[in-house]
Design a protein around this ligand. Structure first.
Ligand SMILES: [Ca+2]
Ligand SMILES: [Ca+2]
Length: 300
């Protein structure tokens, strides 16, 4: 659990350029052309928001609404090639929605609509070229906010609001080669260590937190994922799914997702499926109510 008094100790400031917009600025993220085969999001109904898998390809998001192999159920355009897709409840209304982090300019484009129909509702300047996106709910107030992992320093820089400014928290954690493994509700530090094929995490209790857990999952060479596929015995893709680890295995094109960590050992707990193309960026996708507040209606 993150506590503000703990966060105030030993923080290094992260200076960001002030030239760009702060929170509240409405601007469209530069968008790529839509894939002609894409069924655009406004045509799907409210019940279709149980999507669980997403891939990002050159500015187009492809979404599949079940934990099965197959094609995308819908897509939408938000961002451009090279952007890092992110996902979170940026306004705290209970509905997680898409965003992108453009490291080349240190700019975050955040949408508060389920499939980014409104474009970028918030533009935040935070981070530097080479940074990797690390969003989360670092102060556990129900609002997902921006952060980055700087691989060269093995250091996280975190904000508790979707605004430009210095870091509310800076923490050295991880080792060379680690990749950040964020999710919209994480309130700690978490990396994936490819050499060990393990998710390694820490709680935000000091300037250099120690490892709190190490969770082996996948094989060396896998790409970390974290998404809403942990069902705890409920139907796959159902509304009760919780965030859980997974990996994408480039050598086979497979997603391997921990779908029921509480199942008896005799039952399968890992779902293996194929979705997307080689080179796509995979992301856990959950455009639905998180349980904290009212659901937003799907706009057209
Ligand atoms: Ca929201
Ligand atoms: Ca928060």
């Amino acid at each position: 659990m993150l506590r503000m008094d703990a966060l105030r100790r030993g923080w290094a400031g992260l200076l960001v350029a002030a030239a760009m917009a702060a929170a509240g600025v409405t601007a469209a993220a530069p968008a790529a052309a839509a894939d002609p085969g894409c069924v655009v999001a406004p045509e799907v109904g409210r019940d279709d928001r149980q999507a669980a898998l997403g891939v990002f390809r050159d500015g187009t998001w492809y979404v599949r609404g079940s934990l099965t192999s197959g094609p995308a159920d819908l897509c939408f355009v938000f961002g451009q090639a090279g952007d890092q897709p992110v996902f979170g409840d940026w306004d705290g209304d209970g509905l997680p929605t898409p965003g992108v982090f453009r490291a080349s300019t240190g700019t975050w484009y955040l949408s508060n609509a389920p499939f980014a129909q409104s474009g970028a509702d918030v533009v935040v300047q935070y981070g530097s070229p080479g940074d990797l996106a690390y969003m989360g709910d670092f102060d556990a107030d129900g609002v997902t906010t921006v952060g980055v992992y700087r691989p060269g320093e093995q250091r996280f820089y975190l904000r508790n609001s979707n605004t430009s400014g210095i870091a509310d928290g800076a923490f050295r954690f991880g080792q060379p080669g680690d990749q950040p493994a964020p999710d919209p509700q994480v309130n700690g530090l978490r990396v994936y260590r490819p050499s060990d094929a393990a998710f390694v995490g820490a709680y935000l209790t000091g300037p250099e937190p120690g490892t709190a857990y190490s969770w082996q999952f996948g094989n060396p060479g896998d790409v970390p994922l974290w998404g809403p596929w942990e069902t705890g015995g409920t139907a796959l893709g159902g509304w009760n799914a919780q965030a859980a680890p997974g990996v994408y295995r480039p050598s086979t094109g497979e997603w391997l997702l921990l779908t029921d960590r509480f199942a008896p050992p005799s039952l399968p707990t890992v779902t293996v499926l194929q979705f997307g193309n080689p080179g796509d960026v995979r992301i856990g996708f959950e455009p639905r109510c998180s349980g904290r507040g009212a659901c937003g209606e799907l706009g057209g």
